[in-house]
Design a protein around this ligand. Structure first.
Ligand code: SAH
Ligand code: MG
Length: 210
């Protein structure tokens, strides 16, 4: 937890909630330990979509489709989502959830590694990108994403503070988490220093950049 639990609980208690199908998928995912976005993050995504009014959304990391469906229910009518997932176990579940939510026609599901798909998508443009996959890859994917984003596009990345680990010294972090710790620090440094983006790091959920 990055923010005091009672603060999070209070803020989330104010939420007016999502559709029944979203709530159901969220409940199932939490039961099955699928790492879906937290409530605060879902709320932030909804606000950013309302502000940006995107036409083309790209998501990296579908899992079972929870965040895609949440976005699709809150995006403009003419908007389309492309989402990428490589984990074979989750692919059929995501497909089934898109069908249940009646969103199949507004969500293009790309099965396979984002490494491949982000290159394959070259030439396409997305005005809102949601990064929520392998944390150690964010930095490597950044140049590929830049190619896909026109001026004015918004990049949102989830889990950038790794439950607070990222702000700790490298030596305070468990050895097995050190590679990801240093990669995430490099990613944040890069985002904050590159000319193309103006970035805010926001300590809600598991840490978010916009
Ligand atoms: N956005 C989802 C949660 C995604 S969890 C939601 O909030 O509902 C992160 C997902 O990224 C996992 O399912 C994992 O399998 C996937 N992933 C990790 N590395 C990937 C890669 N290189 N290519 C495609 N998917 C990847
Ligand atoms: Mg996440």
């Amino acid at each position: 937890m990055i923010v005091e639990p009672r603060v999070v609980a209070y803020i989330n208690s104010l939420d007016s909630g999502n559709s029944d199908i979203c709530n159901l998928i969220e409940k199932e995912a939490l039961n099955d330990n699928v790492p879906i976005i937290r409530k605060e993050m879902g709320n932030l995504l909804k606000v950013l979509i309302a502000l940006k009014q995107p036409e083309r959304i790209l998501e990296v990391g579908t899992a079972v489709g929870y965040s895609s469906i949440l976005m699709s229910e809150n995006m403009p009518e003419n908007c389309h989502i492309t989402t990428i997932e490589k984990y074979e176990k989750r692919i059929p579940e995501a497909k089934e959830n898109f069908r249940k939510a009646g969103e199949e026609s507004r969500i293009t599901f790309l099965e396979g590694d984002a490494d491949m798909w982000l290159k394959e998508l070259k030439g396409k443009q997305f005005d809102l990108v949601f990064m929520d996959a392998a944390k150690g890859q964010y930095l490597n994917w950044l140049p590929l994403l830049l190619d896909l984003m026109p001026v004015g596009a918004v990049l949102i990345s989830d889990n950038v503070l790794q439950d607070g680990d990222v702000v700790q010294s490298r030596f305070a972090v468990q050895r097995r988490n050190r590679t990801i710790h240093s990669r995430m620090r490099e990613y944040l440094y890069e985002l904050k220093h590159m000319e193309e983006f103006e970035t805010a790091v926001i300590p809600i959920g598991d840490g978010v950049t916009i």
